[in-house]
Design a protein around this ligand. Structure first.
Ligand code: FE2
Length: 382
């Protein structure tokens, strides 16, 4: 499985020179299967805000690398489990809420909040049946500030070892992450490979052309728009244009004045993004989940600091939706281009698209089973 036929000895080196991943990697179910095994089942996946797991018995379900998962709070703290019954492998918990125990809706096998199997109707008369042998499978659940992530890989380093600097950068923007309140949560789906969508998120080279209202508000010129690949995360920092705040030039797309004067776009490897816009403190977190090689589904949570003006919230959400729709049109078009397979390779610009290249190197290393190409300051493994 080589990336480029001319350079089989060091497939990641071609990416450094601006050669893209092959088109086939965006349409091939076998590549997606490898990505699920080597990326999604070995990394931290965002699930829910910590505020939804405040009381004992609070739980949230989700899916990680195709595996149903449940995270809850028990007397010991946060706990994560594969949300699949040890009996016939029916999903145990549904949605989110508060429960005294986890009871499967198929044959009523019931697990306590530590995942231990208690009642299993008719089972006690069965020879060789030992309830102690059949707890729900435990997975790791950890919090990064107000956000709860899960990881199916028990050997992965701690969540905060991977992403703590992101939280520090967010705090420097004028946002106190601990005070953020969930405003809306919505699910979405798009007809593009998950990498196509993440790669679009990772560069603002397209902003002046594709996002006129965003580019009127944020200074997207290369000298003023900062890219940083920090290992397991990437960050883009932009400044609001002073002329817009002063009421000169193009009209602001929403009220940009407030404690936050930067835009921040962070990717937390592999598929969680955190986006901040200038103005009243706001934050959107998105999860991008492969839905077959040619589609992505996900959810988006919009947060604000307490006391947000409903009009500001409405305008900012409308602005984010507009930018998202502009991006969707781009990525669906790219996916059509990739599906044709010609040209097989794209040519990236290493200066303007450094974060795309870093992302593709992480993908390629995982899929090809090569050492992860991290910056010296990066963490050792997700
Ligand atoms: Fe965009």
């Amino acid at each position: 499985m080589i990336i480029h036929p001319d350079c089989p000895e060091d497939p990641l080196a071609v990416l450094d020179r601006g050669q893209s991943l092959p088109a086939r990697w965006y349409i091939d179910p076998d590549i997606l299967g490898r990505e699920i095994a080597t990326i999604f089942r070995k990394s931290w996946n965002y699930l829910a805000p910590l505020a939804e797991l405040r009381e004992i018995g609070d739980y949230v379900t989700g899916s990680v690398g195709g595996v149903p998962v449940v995270v809850l709070r028990n007397a010991a703290g946060l706990a994560g489990f594969v949300n699949v019954c040890r009996h016939r492998r029916h999903e145990v918990m549904k949605g989110r809420g508060r429960a005294k125990a986890m009871q499967c809706g198929y044959h009523a096998w019931t697990y306590d909040l530590h995942g231990r199997l208690g009642a299993a109707p008719r089972a006690d008369g069965e020879p060789g049946f030992h309830r102690d042998d059949l707890p729900l499978l435990a997975i790791r659940a950890e919090a990064l500030g107000p956000f709860v992530f899960v990881n199916l890989d028990r050997a992965a380093p701690a969540l905060t070892d991977c992403f703590a600097p992101v939280l520090e950068t967010i705090a420097r923007s004028g946002i106190d992450p601990a005070t953020l309140e969930l405003h809306t949560r919505e699910e979405w789906r798009s007809e593009a490979n998950w990498k196509t969508m993440i790669e679009n998120y990772l560069e603002c080279y397209h902003c002046p052309i594709a996002h006129p209202s965003f580019s009127a508000a944020i200074d997207v010129r290369p000298a003023h728009y900062h890219l940083a690949a920090g290992g397991w995360f990437s960050s883009q920092l932009g400044e609001v244009r002073p002329a817009v705040l002063a009421g000169r030039g193009r009209a602001a797309p929403y009220n940009l004045s407030g404690a936050v004067t930067q835009s921040q776009f962070h990717l937390l490897w592999p598929n969680t993004t955190i986006s901040i816009n200038p103005g009243f403190p706001n934050l959107a977190i998105d999860v991008w989940i492969p839905d077959g090689p040619g589609a992505t589904r996900g959810f988006s949570e919009q947060y604000f600091a307490p006391g947000v003006d409903p009009e500001f919230a409405r305008e900012l959400i409308a602005f984010n939706r507009q930018v998202g729709a502009e991006d969707d049109a781009l990525t669906v078009s790219v996916q059509r281009g990739l599906t044709g397979g010609l040209p097989e390779y794209g040519r990236l610009l290493p200066a303007s698209e450094a974060l795309v290249i870093h992302f593709q190197k992480l993908v390629a290393a995982a899929v090809l089973g090569q050492p992860t190409p991290l910056d010296p300051g990066g963490a050792a493994s997700p």
